[in-house]
Design a binder for this molecule. Structure first.
Ligand SMILES: Nc1ncnc2c1ncn2[C@@H]1O[C@H](COP(=O)(O)OP(=O)(O)O)[C@@H](O)[C@H]1O
Ligand SMILES: O=P(O)(O)O[C@H]1O[C@H](CO)[C@@H](O[C@H]2O[C@H](CO)[C@@H](O)[C@H](O)[C@H]2O)[C@H](O)[C@H]1O
Length: 455
């Protein structure tokens, strides 16, 4: 094993973007190439991890190299490697400002370097020459903001095939949808096994002066908690009008996706397949979050109601992981981000046609999350619990009203599928929280108790 793979073994498990947390590593190999031989040198590595259950994942790790330790980059140090009798220092290149420019220079030039191909979208300016600053919010991927003009998202886990984020942004650009940030280009890397290239990164216009939906919604919840005697509609920070506009924006994106990408009436049996997938996901989740066990039977009944329903469904491309952290509020309206689906699902599954109710359920779950995240600190506060419930109900209803108004279809009526999608999302969230933010696990767990308890 080379020294570099030892470094990766120590460093990768602590990275927020690493999806294999909680799994035991059996073997790690890597191959790399130089993307830029300037100062600092920038190399890109494909790190292939085989877990003890034989599942294999490949992660992309760009490193910047220095002959001496850089004091201001202490937090970004990956480790030291022996090189011809000397030590060289490897840094997380996404946190090393001086090595961020090459990505955009090569995109602007449409370069091909080693196995990597850079494809500008041909529209909008690529601000080459500017350094990029890492976005510090919690993310499954790693993004660099270049001077408030463009944002580069590096997809950490490599899978053969075009990433749906690029595919959907391109489709919505063709549809002239006003609720997305413009696509400026993307980067791919060849598959060493001869499969389809994997998408490495996507460049988009940066949306300036915007706040994300999670921040706005949680500020509104805090305002409500602070006004002990008032109802959600009487408090200054009421969010319902924004929720309604967000419903309309979601409906607009769904309508355009159905217009420019394939749709299909769901075949008989599709609902049964979906119910089975949800059940399988529950089985796997119970292994990771044993607290789910006590709700498993009730959840299976929620899924069985889907299998037995005759709800007509038109399948189409959807967002796949819609929540308040994925939407930006600008002065003029909502922008929807991150169309890559749930990061933990295989790419082929994320590109499948689905019911748009999947996204509606994701956002409904998110209103619940926003309302309840402050209860983590005071789980016994029944007054807050009541107010959380009130806030969530008001904003969920507003979102559905906005969607209905824009699409002519009420997505939130009595639908077994919607209820099951909500339950399935909450199961996914339990696993996500157990792995990434265990102190938040109670948020989806309590929702499951409620969802499973409803008759
Ligand atoms: N085009 C953009 N303009 C402004 N901010 C953005 C843009 N795209 C992403 N962001 C910011 O970066 C964060 C993470 O982006 P996202 O695409 O959701 O990445 P991830 O897949 O890692 O969650 C968003 O919550 C948002 O705050
Ligand atoms: O944004 P990502 O693609 O990285 O999505 C993952 O992380 C999200 C958390 O950042 C997680 O979302 C959950 O927490 C949000 C608040 O932080 C909340 O708005 C969502 O409703 C809730 O699902 C998401 O599930 C995960 O895929």
């Amino acid at each position: 094993m080379s020294a570099l793979t030892d470094l990766f073994r120590d460093w990768i498990p602590h990275q927020r973007w690493f999806g294999g947390k909680g799994r035991e590593w059996a073997e790690v190999t890597e191959d790399g190439f130089f993307l830029d031989r300037g100062n600092p040198v920038l190399s890109v590595h494909r790190v292939r991890i085989r877990y003890t259950d034989d599942v294999v994942e490949t992660y992309l790790v760009p490193l910047s190299w220095r002959d001496h330790p850089a004091e201001d980059l202490e937090q970004a140090l990956v480790g030291a490697v022996a090189n011809e009798g000397n030590e060289t220092y490897a840094y997380d290149a996404m946190r090393d400002r001086e090595s961020t420019a090459p990505w955009l220079i090569h995109l602007a030039q449409g370069s091909a370097i080693g196995p990597m191909r850079f494809s500008p979208a041909g529209e909008g300016d690529i601000p080459e020459g500017l350094p990029g600053d890492i976005v510090s919010t919690e993310q499954s991927n790693t993004s660099l903001v270049y001077g408030q003009e463009a944002i580069l998202k590096l997809f950490r886990r490599l899978e053969p095939g075009l990433n749906p984020d690029v595919e959907i942004h391109d489709a919505l650009r063709r549809a002239d949808n006003p609720h997305i940030a413009a696509l400026l280009g993307h980067i791919e890397i060849d598959d060493p096994q001869g499969g389809d290239p994997a998408t490495v990164a996507m460049l988009q216009t940066f949306v300036p002066n915007a706040s994300d939906g999670w921040r706005l919604a949680t500020a509104s919840v805090r305002d409500l908690y602070a006004e002990g005697d008032l109802h959600a509609d009487e408090v200054g920070g009421d969010f319902a009008a924004d929720s309604e506009r967000l419903g309309a924006a979601t409906a607009s994106v769904h309508a355009d996706l159905a217009r420019v990408l394939p749709t299909e009436e769901a075949a008989a049996g599709w609902l049964g397949t979906v119910a089975q997938q949800m059940s399988d996901r529950l089985d796997a989740a119970v292994e990771i979050v044993p607290q789910l066990q006590e709700h498993a039977e009730a959840l299976r009944q929620v899924y069985a109601a889907v299998a037995g329903s005759e709800e007509p469904v038109v399948r189409q491309r959807v967002h796949g992981d819609l929540h308040l952290g994925q939407v930006l509020r600008t002065a003029t309206g909502w922008i929807i981000l991150d169309f890559e689906g749930e990061p933990a699902r295989a790419l082929a599954a994320r590109r499948e046609l689905d019911s748009p109710l999947r996204d509606v359920a994701g956002m409904l779950r998110s209103f619940d999350y926003a309302a309840r995240h402050l209860l983590v600190e005071q789980p016994e506060d029944t007054q807050r619990e009541y107010r959380a419930q009130e806030w969530a109900a008001r904003n969920r209803a507003a979102f559905c009203a906005g969607y209905s108004e824009a699409s002519g279809m009420d997505p939130c009526g009595e639908s077994p599928l919607l209820r099951a999608f909500e339950a399935d999302k909450a199961v996914y969230e339990c696993v996500y929280e157990a792995r990434n933010r265990p102190h938040w696990l109670m948020i989806p767990l309590q929702s499951i108790a409620r969802l499973a308890g409803r008759g």
